[in-house]
Ligand binder design. Structure first.
Ligand code: NAP
Length: 303
């Protein structure tokens, strides 16, 4: 069985930063990922609040980080982590590909996008339903679309789509937006964005296997003839594989850590969007990745 001093699970910005710091500290570790490196930032059109970089596409920042750790020779394993088993001081990570033994673990698996929970939502993925304007926006060129949600993600997606689509509705369940004022100000001066407050999507109507229109329930029931719905209603943590380990979680299933990024289980650390915190940003995720790596190297080298 492969054996390491540390395994980082997840190669989003937190996991890749932890990898950068562990490699520079000469820790024997590997990084496990089931998709492409980058995680959520791959779905972010522009990042404009990361210090030192005025503006960058999410995928480009992800690629820069991946190249940086690859050039250092970071060991990388593809695989979906199914389970963690604790055997005394050893931890066994079971993926769909192999089993790996390690002394310590950094969990950096982030979050996944929430679904609306409508009957035919899953069937219409790629045929009218999307969670990523950067990935799918061009399919809706000159068409009318809607973005659901009122947070930063929804506002950024709506602004991105307003450059491609004919009209963009923002459908929000409350009477005020949650996203940053700077984004709200941009939305207000964008002519082809219309805000629909106090509204929820009730029905997705399809025709010939594609989304054709939606019914929204708000101040009045209304039909919108649109081709695409971009769902941006928040995220939930990817923690399925830790359920049997006894890690303390908060009421939203985020992992509770101390200021050194330690969980309640010895040798298990967590960082990035998977942890319980107030601010979910690239800049906080990278900082927590560095802190988790620093704590691990202190544990491994006993300093
Ligand atoms: P979010 O801030 O949690 O916003 C989710 C939005 O979806 C809220 O407006 C919420 O409504 C709505 N919502 C939740 N469940 C819903 C449901 N079942 N039906 C309809 N609407 C629902 O999520 P986010 O926008 O993905 O952002 C996540 C975090 O990343 C935030 O901390 C955000 O600041 C950060 N982020 C930052 C940037 C940036 O700084 N540039 C960019 C993207 C994300 P209510 O308001 O009524 O709860």
């Amino acid at each position: 069985m492969l054996c390491f001093d540390c395994v980082i699970i997840g190669s989003g910005v937190a996991g890749m930063t932890a990898a950068l710091y562990l490699k520079r500290a000469n820790v024997n570790f590997t990084l496990i990922e089931k998709h492409a490196p980058g995680g959520q930032i791959n779905m972010t059109s522009k990042i404009e609040n990361y210090p030192g970089i005025e503006t960058i596409a999410g995928v480009d920042l992800a690629l820069n980080m991946f190249n940086q750790i690859s050039n250092l020779g970071v060991d990388y394993h593809y695989g979906n982590v199914l389970e963690i088993k604790i055997d005394g001081n050893k931890k066994i990570i079971k993926t769909d590909m192999e089993e790996i033994e390690t002394k310590t673990i950094i969990i950096a698996t982030g979050r996944k996008a929430r679904e609306l929970g409508l009957e035919n939502e899953r069937q219409l993925v790629g045929r009218g339903i999307s969670w990523c304007a950067t990935c799918d926006g061009s399919l809706y060129k000159d068409k009318d679309v809607a973005v659901v949600g009122g947070g930063n993600s929804a506002l950024e997606e709506a602004l991105y789509l307003s450059n491609i689509c004919n009209k963009v509705y923002i459908i929000h369940r409350r009477n005020e937006l949650r996203g940053d004022q700077i984004l709200q100000d941009k939305i207000k001066v964008t002519n082809n964005i219309e805000l629909l407050y106090n509204s929820v999507v009730d029905t997705l109507n399809e025709k010939d296997g594609k989304l054709d229109s939606i019914i929204i329930n708000g101040n009045a029931i209304k039909k919108l003839n649109i081709s695409g719905v971009f769902i941006n209603i928040g995220h939930e943590p990817n923690i399925e594989f830790v359920k049997n380990v006894g890690i303390d979680l908060d009421e939203k299933n985020n992992i509770i850590v101390d200021k050194e990024m330690k969980t309640n289980i010895d040798g298990i650390y967590a960082c990035g969007d998977i942890i319980s915190k107030d601010l979910y940003q690239v800049v906080t995720a990278t900082s927590e990745g560095a802190k988790a790596a620093f704590s691990v190297q202190r544990e491994i080298f006993n300093k």
